[in-house]
Design a protein around this ligand. Structure first.
Ligand code: NAD
Length: 492
């Protein structure tokens, strides 16, 4: 039985604001809290408990204590809890979407889309639990049997970013719980409320005490270092920037800790000469401006064949100018604010530097004055390939359009980046599109589609974009060890 001691009312909804450790909501040992802001106004909407390293170690104590019993529950027990959690998310979808919009700003309909997408990971992984098969066979010379089985990795630290506060959590939590791992969840400091609400639903769904622990903190680096120094923690799964991913991999090394890394991207959106231009414009609008461009699978560079570049630009720029920028609760809003002032300043610096490098602004190019961190949807062209805006992840509503003279040149530009998360290819000749998709170095390629995310498909990157995959049939393997038993025979 859990007692809720910490709550706030956010947009009329009661949200837990405590830590959740060993099945109890509680305050942090330091009794300290940090503020959560609405990026549309800058106003403080809640104060959430700020976990200390002592709290984090309490969470690890709880996760370690619960590991054996959770790891040995029947697959169907885990499936039913996950399925119940799915149902609870769906029945609370309007509330979750409203909380997400309040703390990260995006339009409500897009938040609702994330809730449905995020919930699907629980349904998907519930369906996986009964299919974790091992193998049985004979050794090649026939003198013993080879048995393989799957066992949970163990207590797992799950660190999530602010840009999809629910789904970046559920695609880790779903896989971890289905595999039989206990968890410590560390949400982004900008958006802890969505996850706090989810954690309460997980408890309601029947997750036993200690299996899900929740430790928001303003001291992410110290917390992860403390936890990862403790050899009881067996896994870290991180979604966020490549720089932090590198640091976590270094911290994972001494204890040889299993690591999954979903990192940054610099997605190319390649439009070949024979593409259906209207379809490419539709796809580019989604790939670039969904979530205000604050997505790891955003189109960072639109690479279009010179022969069709003008027609594409005319249509794309008009559609960009038509986007409605407003707070996420405004009916008809297409784009909300950026997450904070720091991110808005960064986007402006990238645009200014591009102009210095010779780029031309065809739309936007400036912040929107007034409250909140709004930025005008922007299109820039004539961008040198070496400009920071073409080499760094923008994470804002700014489209960079680059022209290429051939398929080969487009593919060369697409691959000219240390990142390899997602790419998009538009062409009417399917063989031509498939050839390009095969040559582009990315973990995911959308062909004639501006959106690839799907719980039933493996999500993840190559090169500096990460290690491992989330979702799909292999997502659960990130939380499983393969164990081999050599079984001797008394007779051949
Ligand atoms: P971030 O790396 O700043 O933070 C991500 C998380 O890590 C947060 O919870 C943060 O508090 C925590 N963190 C920060 N420093 C840490 C440290 N030293 N040790 C441990 N934890 C630390 O990223 P962000 O700004 O929240 O998110 C944007 C980034 O995330 C972008 O680069 C984006 O591409 C990436 N992202 C990737 C995927 C993917 O699936 N590949 C999905 C969403 C976002």
């Amino acid at each position: 039985m859990t007692t809720l001691t910490q709550e706030a009312t956010v947009v009329g909804i009661t949200v837990p604001t405590g830590l959740f450790i060993a099945g109890q909501w509680r305050d942090s040992q330091g009794q300290s809290r940090f503020d959560v802001h609405d990026p549309a106004t800058g106003a403080v909407i809640a104060h959430i408990a700020d976990a200390t390293t002592h709290d984090a170690l309490d969470a690890l104590d709880a996760a370690a204590a619960a590991q054996n019993s959770w790891g040995s529950t029947s697959p169907r027990t885990r499936a039913e809890i996950l399925r119940m959690a799915y149902d609870l998310i769906i029945s609370h979808r309007e509330d979750i979407a409203a909380i997400t919009t309040a703390e990260m700003g995006r339009p409500l309909d897009q938040s609702l889309g994330e809730v449905r997408y995020g919930a699907e990971f629980f349904r998907w992984f519930a369906e996986q639990t009964a299919h974790l098969h091992g193998n049985f066979g004979s050794s090649p010379n026939g003198d013993f049997d080879i048995i393989t089985t799957k066992v949970p990795v163990g207590p797992s630290l799950l660190i999530t970013p602010w840009n999809f506060p629910l789904a970046m959590g559920t695609r880790k939590i779903g896989a971890a719980l289905a595999a039989g791992c206990t968890t410590i969840i560390k949400p982004a400091a900008q958006t802890p409320l969505t996850m706090a609400f989810l954690v309460r639903l997980l408890a309601e769904a029947g997750v036993p005490d200690g299996v899900v622990n929740f430790v928001p903190t303003s001291s992410a680096a110290t917390q992860s270092e403390t936890l990862m120094n403790d050899s009881r923690l067996r896994k870290v799964s991180f979604t966020g920037s490549t720089g932090v991913g590198v640091r976590l991999l270094q911290q994972a090394a001494p204890n040889i800790m299993r690591s999954s890394m979903e990192l940054g991207g610099n997605g190319p959106f390649v439009i070949l000469e024979d593409a259906d231009i209207d379809a490419a414009v539709d796809g580019a609008m989604v790939a670039k401006f969904r979530n205000g461009g604050q997505s790891c699978v955003a189109a960072n560079r639109i690479i279009v064949h010179r022969a069709i570049a003008q027609e594409f630009l005319d249509k794309f720029v008009q559609r960009t100018k038509d986007l409605h920028v407003a707070s996420g609760t405004t009916p008809g809003a297409d784009i909300g604010p950026l997450i904070d002032q720091r991110q808005r300043d960064r986007v402006q610096r990238l645009v200014n530097d591009a102009v210095q490098d010779g780029a031309t602004i065809l739309a936007g190019g400036h912040p929107i004055s007034g409250n909140g961190y709004f930025y005008a949807p922007t299109v820039v062209t004539d961008v040198p390939e070496s400009s920071a805006i073409a080499t760094e992840e923008i994470f804002g509503p700014v489209a960079v359009v680059i022209t290429a003279d051939s398929d080969d040149e487009a593919i060369r530009i697409a691959n000219d980046t240390p990142f390899g998360l997602v790419a998009f290819v538009y062409a009417t000749d399917v063989t031509r599109a498939f050839d390009a998709a095969k040559q582009i170095e990315a973990g995911m390629v959308g062909v004639n589609r501006g959106l690839v995310s799907e719980p039933g498909a493996p999500f993840g990157g190559m090169k500096a974009s990460g290690l491992g995959r989330e979702g799909g049939h292999i997502g659960i393997d990130e939380y499983l060890e393969t164990k081999y038993i050599a079984l001797g025979r008394t007779r051949p």
